[in-house]
Every structure is written in C-alpha cells, then in structure tokens.
Design a binder for this molecule. Structure first.
Ligand code: F6P
Length: 333
C-alpha cells in the first residue's frame, strides 16, 4: 500500500479538518494510507506521526481549528531541519506530503522539496487569503463571516450610543478580510494596506466630522487592517479622538477571527482541494499548489504562490469606496 502524509501548518484556519477528511477518505478509496504529523513541520522533524483512518474522520469536518495541531516553526528555514524532515518521511516509507497552510508554510514546503525526493503538494489554508494562484483560501470565507458578525454586534451598540468605532481585523499584510468585512458590514470607512494613496489622518478626521454633522445620531464604523497603523487601532483611536474631539473607540477583533465552525463554503472548498490533491499525487505531480479559480480546481507551481503579491479585486474596492462617499454626501446634497 502506498503511503502519503499530511500536515496543517502556520495559523490554523476553519476548514482544515474538512480538508484532512477529504484527503484521508479519497486516499483510502485508492488504497493509499495516510499519516498525519502533528504540529506541522515541527511534527515532521520531531516525528510526531499519527495514523489517519476514515473511521476517525466522520465528525471532524464541522470543527474549527485543526485536530492535527499546527505551529509556526521558523527553524524549518535551516537546511538541517529540511534534511531531518526528509529522513523522517523516508523512515515511514512516505512518498508524498500535502501541506495545508499559508505563504510561510508554502515557503517551507518548497524548501523541503529541495531536500526530499518525494512529492510535495500545497493546499491554501489561511484566513488571510493572501495566496496567489487561487481565488480563495480555506478559512477566509468563515473569517469574513466572523468579522461581519462582530461588526454587526458593535454596530448595534455604536448606533444606540451614536459612537465611532475603529474595528481592527486580521490579514497580516493583506487587506482581503478588511475589504470583504467592510463591504459586508457596511462600514463607513476602511483602512487597508493596498489603498493608494493611503488616507491621511486629517482626511479621516474630516470625514468623521462631516458624517457626524450629517448624521449626528448615528454610528460610524471604520474597518482597519492590522499591522497598518503604528500602534494599531488604540493609537489610531487616540490620534483621531484628538483630531476630531469625538471619542473614537478601538476594537481589535483578534484571534476570534481564526476560530469557529467552518461555513459551508469553506467546507466544500476544503473537500474539493483535498480530494484534488490526492488525485494530483496519484498522477505523479509535485511542487504544486491545488487552488480554485473561477470555480475550477487548478494546479499552480508552488513558487508562484507565496510572493505576497495577490491584488485585491479592484471592483470591490471601488464599490466600497463609492458607497462610503454616498454615506458622507447624502445629507449634504
Ligand atoms: O496568518 C493568519 C493570521 O491569523 C494573520 O491574520 C495574523 O497576522 C497572524 O496569523 C497571527 O499569528 P499568530 O496567531 O501566530 O499570532
């Protein structure tokens, strides 16, 4: 019987468990055994192997997180770590490894491939959606839902008290969660790393004051991407409060965006990509990512996926910017 391995690596994302289920069940149909390594690349280097059987996969799809565990493992940049992982994989008789993770994990996967003769296949699993070559990543849709729910809740108290809130969302260095959450949450403004030019503090303050003049009894919500404003939303809140004379409440959403049951879209995506990864292995493919573009499963050379150069959909950016403009202008027209 052939044997393949799977890890979940880097920041966990809702839908990773569904993906593991698809891999295990698809492989078993083809008489291929699957071994998981706990805690990602660290688990390979330390030989934390866990046999995976379809019987154990029945109730995992609906759970968030990853039952295989994950970790960040910067030590894997060392050649010696990749060589150690290769030795462990060989000692188990493993012929292929599926890495479910984000850009850092794909860099690790490419590094391992340079030191191991087996097949390495990536599946995009990150809430950030910052992987090129795929329209979306496992966990992104659920994270946007979670951010939207949180914005809706903040909106109710903000509206009741006619307050300004700055809601910080995750995304590391990308604005995908921010853009989608801003649209879904009908935010009055958004601050994302990709916006050109970046809004200035004085303009943001001016917009808040104009909105308060037009709608003195209403809420005003700004969605702010993390790692953008020095000092985060707390500092931005201080600066804007000083500039406007209106208290601007910081509200970082943090790791709640990583948790929760995966939504239907993420489960379906996870299962499509997991099953396709096993098929790709059986066809002898290597050093690729399995992604989804325009509803179709695609295979993308791994090295093209992790440059952090995936652009936002400009139509969505313009849509949100246009709606924000109307928010400000409607009463003054
Ligand atoms: O990559 C997913 C992500 O949640 C990013 O959005 C965030 O910047 C980062 O992970 C946080 O990482 P950690 O949980 O290791 O602090």
């Amino acid at each position: 019987m052939d044997k393949i391995a799977v890890i979940t690596s880097g920041g966990d994302a809702p839908g990773m468990n569904a993906c593991i289920r698809a891999i295990v069940n698809t492989a078993w149909q083809d008489d291929v055994e699957v071994v998981g390594f706990r805690h990602g690349f660290r688990g390979i280097a330390q030989d934390l192997a866990q046999p995976l059987h379809p019987d154990d996969m029945r109730l995992v799809s609906q759970r968030g997180g990853t039952f295989l565990k994950s970790s960040r493992y910067p030590e894997f940049r060392e050649v010696s770590s990749a060589q150690q992982a290769a030795r462990v994989l060989d000692s188990h008789g493993i012929s292929a490894l599926i890495v479910i993770g984000g850009d850092g994990s794909f860099r690790g996967a490419a590094h391992l491939q340079a030191h191991w003769q087996g097949q390495v296949i990536g599946i995009p699993g990150t809430i950030d959606n910052d992987i090129a070559g795929t329209d979306t990543t496992i966990g992104f849709s659920t994270a946007v839902d979670t951010a939207m729910d949180a914005i809706d809740k903040v909106r109710e108290t903000a509206e009741a008290m006619a307050r300004v809130f700055l809601i910080e969302v995750m995304g590391r260095h990308a604005g995908f969660i921010g853009l989608h959450a801003a649209i879904a949450g009908a935010a009055e403004a958004m601050l994302l790393p990709e916006l050109e030019p970046q809004p200035k503090l004085a303009d943001m303050a001016d917009n808040i004051l104009r909105a308060r003049e037009a709608f003195p009894d209403s809420s005003y919500i700004v969605v702010v991407a993390e790692n953008l404003w020095p000092g985060g939303v707390h500092e931005l809140g201080n600066n804007l409060s000083k500039a406007t004379g209106v208290t601007c409440h910081p509200c970082p959403l943090g790791h709640i965006q990583r948790g929760g049951r995966p939504n239907a879209q993420d489960r379906i995506l996870a299962m499509q990509l997991g099953a396709a990864a096993v098929s790709a292995i059986l066809e002898g493919k290597r050093t690729i990512m399995i992604g989804l573009e325009q509803e179709h499963v695609v295979e993308v050379p791994l090295h093209l996926t992790f440059a952090r150069d995936k652009p936002l959909d400009q139509r969505l950016v313009q849509l949100q910017l246009g709606l924000q403009g109307v928010n400000l202008a409607s009463k003054s027209a």
